[in-house]
Design a protein around this ligand. Structure first.
Ligand code: NDP
Ligand code: MG
Length: 384
């Protein structure tokens, strides 16, 4: 039985991971969970899965939750803040840490889990974007596997099984295109509700906005380059609105291998947790004749400038990806709060990136400092 800790257990990926575990009680048990503020759901998860440890963000929530555990005869130990998150990430009894928090807050717990020798199931793409080289080096040094949960990366990982990286000619990342791929509505008038209405995936708010701006695909290209050791120039992005072909790999002999399935995150989550085995699932099967036509198209870089910003940050390297990512996290937060327009997201990222002096080969503290400074600046950029 594999013992699992889930960072971000109350989120979209976290709850779907618990769904997978619920369906396979003989294969998995939950040893640790961590959320930020959804205390009601953490309580439900404690009652159902009886983890040894649970983390929440604020000390007040942690104290109230510990009291609730006492009243309800639950033995789960409650911890708080970043130290709490790190404790869950390092829990000695766990085999696998599923990192599914949103944002670069996932970086330090991920490094802690790697140092503790845990197998990593990675959904939190922001950590790899901001510090991919350090993370991959730490994982190599420790002999720790980083198994992708992001559907495109799970697809590439499956296509690459038993293949050498030297045999790869290019990676083809597919993108749904988000809600505005074929929309004629001017992007300046997009509302929060419009942007949250994703055509094929039901996800957390931040990644849903990233999908609408196409930032998500830029983040994923950087994520793929680190995970698979492939240069960004060898990664192509193709719009595929049906979200059935999850990505493809072209080899030097021009053979192209793809992974297909209906869009359901429980599949890549399950594969990361069961790897290298495959076990049965009750997910809906793909019926190709019912799926209809599968189409592919080029992305519109002009209309979606976030894609280019992310790719140029990735090519620049050093601290720039961390700065780009931090500015994006803040800008998306400001858009969701109704403070700025959809089109201002790219403007904020661009302004913050332009004023950043890149540090080449940064260490972790320099990355964390660049991230923090970019957040302050992104919060201040005025949009009219
Ligand atoms: P959600 O917003 O649905 O969930 C985020 C989770 O992170 C919640 O459990 C939240 O807790 C928790 N969290 C946020 N901040 C903290 C913190 N400081 N300490 C502890 N927990 C924290 O996001 P998603 O599940 O959609 O996405 C998670 C990650 O997976 C992202 O990096 C995303 O890009 C990636 N991903 C998601 C996909 C999807 O289908 N959803 C697909 C591919 C990748 P709480 O809710 O209690 O506040
Ligand atoms: Mg994805």
């Amino acid at each position: 039985m594999k013992k699992i800790c889930i960072l971000g257990s109350t989120g979209s990926i976290g709850t779907q991971a618990l769904d997978v575990i619920r369906c396979h009680p003989r294969e998995f048990s939950v040893h640790g969970i961590a959320g930020r503020s959804n205390i009601a759901l953490i309580q439900k998860q404690i009652k159902e899965f009886h983890p040894r440890i649970a983390a929440v963000w604020s000390n007040e929530d942690a104290a109230a939750l510990a009291q609730w555990c006492k009243n309800n005869k639950q033995k789960t130990r409650i911890v708080a803040g970043l130290p709490g998150l790190l404790e869950v990430a390092r829990l000695s009894s766990a085999d696998i840490v599923l990192s599914a928090v949103v944002g670069s807050v996932g970086l330090e717990p991920l490094m802690a889990a790697i140092s503790a020798g845990k197998t990593i199931a990675l959904a939190n793409k922001e950590a790899l974007v901001v510090a991919g080289s350090l993370i991959m080096a730490a994982a190599r040094k420790k002999g720790v596997a980083i198994l992708p949960v992001d559907s495109e990366h799970s697809a590439i990982f499956q296509c690459l099984k038993n293949e050498k990286v030297s045999a790869v000619r290019r990676i083809i990342l597919t993108a749904s295109g988000g809600p505005f791929y074929r929309s004629s509505k001017p992007l300046a008038s997009i509302t929060v509700a419009d942007a949250l209405d994703h055509p094929t995936w039901k996800m957390g708010k931040k990644i849903t906005i990233d999908s609408a701006t196409l930032m998500n695909k830029g983040l994923e290209a950087i994520e793929a380059s680190h995970l698979f050791g492939v240069a960004l120039d060898a990664i192509d992005i193709v719009i595929h609105p049906q979200s059935i072909v999850h990505s493809l790999v072209e080899f030097v002999d021009r053979s192209v291998i793809a992974q297909l399935s209906l869009p359901d995150m429980r599949l890549p989550i399950q594969y990361a947790l069961t790897y290298p085995a495959r076990i049965s699932s009750s997910l809906r099967p793909l019926d190709l004749t019912a799926a209809g036509a599968l189409s592919f198209d080029v992305p519109d870089f002009k209309r979606f400038p976030c894609l280019d910003l992310a790719l140029s940050a990735g090519k620049c390297g050093g601290t720039m990806p961390a700065v780009m990512n931090a500015a994006n996290e803040v800008a998306v937060g400001r858009f969701l709060n109704g403070d700025i327009r959809f089109v201002d997201i790219a403007r904020i990222i661009s302004a913050v990136m332009k004023s950043h002096r890149v540090i080449r080969r940064p260490l972790l503290p320099e990355i964390i400092a660049a991230d923090a400074a970019a957040r302050v600046q992104a919060q201040k950029v005025r949009c009219v």
